[in-house]
Write a protein that binds this ligand. Sequence first.
Ligand SMILES: Nc1nc2c(c(=O)[nH]1)N[C@H]1C(S)=C(S)[C@@H](COP(=O)(O)O)O[C@H]1N2
Ligand SMILES: [Mo]
Length: 407
Amino acid sequence: MSSVATLGLAGKALAETAAAAPAAAPGADLPPNIPPWTRSLGAPTAKPYGTPSKYESSVIRHLYPGLTEPMSAYSTSPLQDLDGIITPNGLFYERHHAGVPQIDPAQHRLMVHGLVDTPLLFTVDELRQFPSQSRIHFLECSGNPSFTPPWGKTAAEVCGLLSCAQWTGVPLKTVLEECGLKPQAKWVIAEGADGAAMDRSIPIEKCLDDAMLVYSQNGERLRPEQGYPLRLLVPGFEGNMNVKWLRRLHVTDAPAYTREETAKYTDLLANGKARKFSFVMECKSLITAPSGTHKLTRKGKHEMRGIAWSGHGKITNVDVSVDGGDNWYPATLDAPVLDKALTAFRAPFDWHGEELMIMSRAIDETGYVQPTLQQLIDVRGKVSFYHNNAIQPWKIDANGEVTNGRA
Ligand SMILES: Nc1nc2c(c(=O)[nH]1)N[C@H]1C(S)=C(S)[C@@H](COP(=O)(O)O)O[C@H]1N2
Ligand SMILES: [Mo]
């Protein structure tokens, strides 16, 4: 921060320099001087489809360097640069097992068959004519992040397979009832139209509860990378079960035990046994600012900002600590606090050049408290890397630089 008086003197000197040279000298456009964009007209309109300011070109999804082939790639949301609870569509994380297919909606159908009275084939347009809902929910890959080093540097590297949107679609229940469920119907096997034909078994209780056949995200049609023209949304369940490019729902009396729910997305325990069907994403939180690679440039009052979420329902509390978890105090939750959605929190802290270890821990409406990494490892071991919802520490050092607090 500089005082206006100081700027005035410096600005005057710089403005004189600027008059002599065509390119504005550094600082010449700062108050109290009048910058050129205030002395002239801007562009009449932006582009037909708007994009962020060119000065925000570093706020992008990052492709994970280890997984860049179309057969298995992912990109992360830049959580350290985002505010609030809605992820812009262009920054929504991606996870693809066979790349992004480009599907003409006119050529796409949803087939519903198996243990139903009437198997039916729907066009996307026909589905859109059913009564719809718009709801805000998070989506998180269960491989977010691993239990073992290397730990990421930024919030995106630590937890960027996480995003949140307002989804619009038809309750799955409506379409299943249109086909008529037979009494033996216990599971629905959902299959995608991508090259992976990725498929997952969804328990019928979830299908009849809050599962949705989604066609829009944040007000516009789904992006190709999010499953255009149709995806399954199972709020609070691990990302993998939210089948994109949805083409088939096979109603059965038993799970299919597909690759993605046996060999993958299953937590292998230290004793060699595996946790069967860990569908719900447990309660978690993350401080996004200040976070790794940020820098505090001013001493005094600061604010920790972050997000908290739970696949079991609403967030009730977030506590924060500045001393590595010895003492905790409550953060404030921003409205709205929604079921299975990101909830924004903020908490004040002072920094006067000392070393701090900041962290947050969330509690959901079931009373569940977000665990430490050690508590998780004690129960699960280190063999698998899915479903890590541990507390994430960030270290602020004496010169204000923020790094991952996990040593
Ligand atoms: N058909 C299909 N559905 C899919 C996938 C896929 O590769 N193919 N990836 C899954 C995984 S592992 C996750 S985490 C989420 C990612 O959704 P997103 O790319 O919209 O963030 O989609 C799931 N649905
Ligand atoms: Mo995933």
